[in-house]
Design a protein around this ligand. Structure first.
Ligand code: ADP
Ligand code: ZN
Length: 212
C-alpha cells in the first residue's frame, strides 16, 4: 500500500507504520529517521538539518524534497511505502503530488491520526528512542528490559535532543501552523481518512476497512 500518515508528533505515526510494514512488505519512510541518521553520521545533509531539528523547527522544503525525490525511486518502494513525517507543509504536499504524477503513481489514502493534546504531551516526555535502530520505547508503558539498552539491537536508548519541554512545545506549535492544514488539502483531493484513536490497533483497523 502507498499512504501518508499525518498526525502531531507523538500521535503514533511511526508505531502504526511499523505495524503496517508487517502486513504487506511496504517500507516505512520516516524523514525524521533519515535526518537523524544524517546528523549522527555528520554528513553535509546532517549539518544543514541539525540546528532546525534541535529547536523543533522544520528543515527546509528544498532539503526534504531532495531527499524524498531520491528515496521514492529506490527499489524497495515497489511494494509500497508508508510516509511517516512527510509531507509536512503545503509546498511539500504540492511537490509530492507532482513527483508522484511524474512517476505514474497514486496514493491509496492519507490517514490523519488524531490524539488528544494531553496524551501527546505525556507520550513525548516519556518517549525514549534507540540511537541505532530507531525502535521506540516508553519509560512508563513500554520500558526496555535492560535500562538504556535496546531489546532489539542492544543500541543506546535515549531521550531525543528535541524532546525537551521547550522543543516539544515548539514542535506542537509548528505542527498546528504548518502541517495541520494538510488535512484540508487532502480532504479536497478526496483521499483523507481521519481516525480518532489513541490505540495503534484502532488505526490499523480503520486502514484495513478502507482498503477493503
Ligand atoms: P516527530 O516526532 O516530531 O513527528 P520526526 O522524527 O518526524 O518527529 O522529525 C524530527 C524533526 O526532523 C522535525 O522536528 C523536523 O525538524 C525534521 N523533519 C522531519 N521531517 C520533516 C519534513 N517533512 N519537513 C521538514 N522538517 C522535517
Ligand atoms: Zn535498537
Amino acid at each position: 500500500m502507498k499512504l501518508i500518515l499525518l498526525g502531531a508528533p507523538g500521535a503514533g505515526k511511526g508505531t502504526v507504520a511499523k505495524l503496517l510494514t508487517k502486513m504487506d512488505g511496504s517500507v516505512q519512510i520516516s524523514t525524521g529517521d533519515i535526518l537523524r541518521a544524517a546528523v549522527a553520521a555528520g554528513t553535509e545533509l546532517g549539518k544543514q538539518a541539525q540546528a532546525a531539528m534541535k529547536a523543533g523547527d522544520l528543515v527546509s522544503d528544498d532539503l526534504i524534497m531532495g531527499i524524498m525525490g531520491e528515496r521514492l525511486k529506490e527499489d524497495d518502494c515497489k511494494k509500497g511505502y508508508l510516509l511517516d513525517g512527510f509531507p509536512r507543509t503545503i509546498p511539500q504536499a504540492e511537490a509530492l503530488k507532482t513527483l508522484l504524477a511524474d512517476m505514474g503513481e497514486e496514493l491509496d489514502m492519507v490517514v490523519d491520526i488524531q490524539v488528544p493534546k494531553e496524551v501527546i504531551l505525556d507520550r513525548l516526555t516519556t518517549r525514549r528512542t534507540c540511537e541505532d535502530c530507531g525502535e521506540i520505547y516508553n519509560v512508563k508503558s513500554n520500558p526496555t528490559k535492560e535500562e538504556g539498552k535496546c531489546d532489539k539491537c542492544g543500541g543506546n536508548v535515549v531521550q531525543r535532543e528535541d524532546e525537551t519541554e521547550e522543543a516539544i512545545s515548539n514542535r506542537l506549535d509548528v505542527y498546528n501552523e504548518m502541517t495541520a492544514p494538510l488535512a484540508g488539502f487532502y480532504e479536497k483531493e478526496g483521499s483523507l481518512i481521519s481516525v480518532d484513536a489513541t490505540s495503534s490497533d484502532a488505526v490499523i483497523d480503520a486502514i484495513k476497512a478502507k482498503l477493503g
